[in-house]
Design a protein around this ligand. Sequence first.
Ligand SMILES: Nc1ncnc2c1ncn2[C@@H]1O[C@H](COP(=O)(O)OP(=O)(O)OP(=O)(O)O)[C@@H](O)[C@H]1O
Length: 314
Amino acid sequence: MQDNIVKIEGLSHRYSKDWAVQDVSFEINKKGIVGLLGSNGAGKSTTMNILCGVLSQTRGQVLIEGIDMRAAPEEAKKRIGFLPQNAPLYLEQTVDEYLTYCAHLRLIEKPRIKAAVDAVKEKCGVAHFSKRLIGNLSGGYRQRVGIAQALIHKPLLVVLDEPTNGLDPNQILEVRQLIKEIAIDRAVIFSSHILSEIQATCQDIIMIEGGKMVFKDTMESFNNYIEPDSLITTMENPPSAAVLMAIPGINEVVFLSENTIRMHFDPTADIAESIVEMSVGNRWRLKEITLEKSSLDAIFAQLSNKKLKPVLQK
Ligand SMILES: Nc1ncnc2c1ncn2[C@@H]1O[C@H](COP(=O)(O)OP(=O)(O)OP(=O)(O)O)[C@@H](O)[C@H]1O
């Protein structure tokens, strides 16, 4: 029995001569929400389209519950519900007509179709719009219908490509809540170029930039990277950089001016307390000490910077 629903190994894809995705490998557990984060053009849609069997990779392997997407696409696709970046909605159909059509496409047996449609309408909060033309729904409700079609055949894995893109703040909150609900008994992977979006919803995060995976871990460990690791002090009578560097835990000292110093330190060491105590003992005349906390956006920017080594890759 597989303990993961997705296993991707050495995935690479090029459309013509440029590689859109290069050597991406990851696994997804059977339950929970994974966020695929990356800026525009990072390779998110390419990865998701390959994962769902919509696009055939140049290299590498995609296994869905151990089934090779290339070798047995029909079996693998049965396990997946997909909402692509541009939801495949027919605006001139009603919600009922469209979901019934999707149920047929998913080869649900005729006598079971009505119950399947009713169940996903209920789950996605669109039952009261059953007879409404999709073209007359708001963006948020259209997205709900898009998610409903992805759930119609009760897939083990739901793949949502930028599901909150273009929605207003209230609609974003509603779709996030819906994603959390559908992930209770299955795996969900969704993509976004907005870090806070992934942070609010996911247990795990995979980040790709320039087609390469630069980070993969739990959201919790990602958040730990924003622990303060530098501080700024102002002292009337500061010691030399060498004296400060000798304090255990300090690994870089930068004089910003004669009296203002930035110190980088190991976040596990209690540096602020050591500096205050030493300042009193050595008459450094400490006037100010401020911990600097990297913002999430700064970390995102750092990880997105292709020139940097992918230091956080696990
Ligand atoms: N059909 C295509 N033909 C040629 N190049 C493509 C094609 N689709 C995507 N690309 C290129 O592949 C790279 C990755 O694109 P992809 O759409 O996967 O990124 P993305 O992270 O989903 O970005 P976005 O959020 O803007 O959709 C980009 O450089 C893009 O221009």
